[in-house]
Design a protein. Structure first.
Length: 180
């Protein structure tokens, strides 16, 4: 049996429908909360795989999380697709001025690996509202691993001399700007 993107969506969807399934997902690395919607139709913006809406009464905050699932590698296309869905929800989903709560948007990209051969990792590092999870599907089920925002390209290594030069250049720029 081939593992498909639909299989990944089915596993998450079936587990978020019940409390013990959510506990299992958390134990396996994917903490979820809120009400979930599957294949949310966003008109011309497309269909979001999964979207959750969670309300924090204490902080008067609504947290909307877009889950973009990929069978294989997570990269810039997955991020752009999720950002398109985010745009739809920001522009057409909620009237921020008419509510007495704050809305926070998040994106979770889930795939079996991460595109590391180009500048995607730097874009990811700069977006704190985006989380990437890799999954590993084994005979005993699925497991998730959250990827930190401190990634670099595969071939990226800086020697001590280059690192020192970068730091000197930054220090020079800060000093020059402070004299203005």
């Amino acid at each position: 049996m081939e593992f498909k993107e639909q299989t990944l969506e089915d596993i998450i969807w079936e587990n978020v429908q019940k409390a013990d399934g959510r506990v299992l997902l958390k134990e396996r690395g994917l903490d979820v909360s809120g009400a979930f919607y599957r294949q949310l139709d966003l008109g011309v913006y497309g269909r979001a795989d999964l979207v959750s809406v969670d309300y924090n009464i204490k902080n008067k905050k609504v947290i909307i999380t877009i889950y973009e699932l990929k069978k294989k590698k997570i990269g810039d296309e997955a991020l752009m697709q999720a950002c398109r869905y985010l745009t739809a929800l920001e522009r057409h989903g909620f009237d921020n001025d008419a509510c007495d709560y704050n809305i926070e948007y998040r994106i979770r990209l889930i795939g079996d690996s991460i595109q590391r051969g180009d500048d995607f990792v730097y874009l990811y590092n700069a977006l704190p509202f985006v989380d990437i999870f890799t999954y590993n599907y084994k005979i005993n089920g699925i497991f998730f691993d959250c990827v930190s925002h401190n990634w670099c390209r595969k071939e990226e290594t800086l020697n001590e001399e280059t690192t020192k030069l970068i730091q000197q250049n930054i220090d020079y720029c800060i000093k020059a700007a402070s004299k203005r």
